[in-house]
Design a protein. Sequence first.
Length: 405
Amino acid sequence: MNSHRILLLLFFSLLLSFQGNLIAQEKEEKKVNHEFGLEIAGEYRYFYDDALFEGQEDHFPSIAITPEYSLEWNEGYDSFNFIGFYRLDRDEERTHWDIRELYYQKAHKNWELSLGLKKVYWGVTESNHLVDIINQTDLVETFDGEEKLGQPMIQYTLTTNKVGTFDFFYLPYHRKRTLPGEKGRLRFPIVIEKDDVTYESGAEEWHQDFAIRWSHYIGAFDIGLSHFYGNGRDIYFYVDETGNFNAQYPVINQTGIDLQATHNAFLWKFESIYRTSKAQDYFALVAGVEYTFSNIDGNGLDIGILGEYLYDDRDELALNSMQNDIFFGSRVAFNDPQDFSILIGGIIDLDYSSKLFSVEASRRFGNSWKAELEVRFFTDIDDDELILSNFKEDSFLRFTVSKFF
């Protein structure tokens, strides 16, 4: 049974599970709040260097549709939330649909219970989100890994005043990472199909995963401690004894910490993980600072300066190629009615000549339009870079116009 059928079965199961409860609640409490939203986005991506591998294209027009629906009753203590996604793209593998979120949530005093598909984000740093492991990456959507697939889960959250917040996760099904097709850019020489990636566990995608996170604030410090056990979200590539190239999802244990300290206009940030598996054990961290010059022109202009150091003791085997790097950047927020913002950044490898630069900007027009620009440059990529050497001709420009209904 493929993952799309499983998502649909879960969708209808959720509808049936709370339908009776909703009818009963409506009789007792007539006030039920509905909200519906729809985003339609036209996107154009242009790769301005000649393709490195045969079959790759340069121009990628596409359209994406994102419907949203939320329903609240019982004075907001019960809710149903849905976010869908569909993209039609020139790359057949980038043409895909997903249920980003589809969950029922019950709140009661100091606890919450969520059941369904959901997106959960952990982390504080800008350049690399090490501790963020609950959701699978939708790799064909964005290069930076910010977009995630909906994760089936049961989440229980307990909030206390004195000792912080505890989140418990039961994750019954693993979702494979989306990967570019033959026409797509930012891929390896060999086109890897999702079905070609195997599992270490005999239970495969039905391996039962678990996670727990504790978060709290102590004075100026916000801290999170987490542990995850289950199918890893990253693919482990290796060559077996016969010389065959293999890709696999290993079973991992990952312990993580994220820490943020606020002092005047400074934000000090830190993330670190230690991950173990039969395939490999490794340690990684990101540490940095952000300083914000606030209200510079007296009209709300904020300019933030960012700097981070990235370390991964796998060296050249690090899949993100961030094994000994420095990130620098600037975040400009005009805080105007159009919500105009710009993020400029760069990553410099301290071991190789490789450099990555990016510019991201967004601005609203009127009440229902938004334009976004993203430019990424791969510069002086060293041929010894195991991952980035495959993307050295993949600098690109992406322009998106969205309409909200």
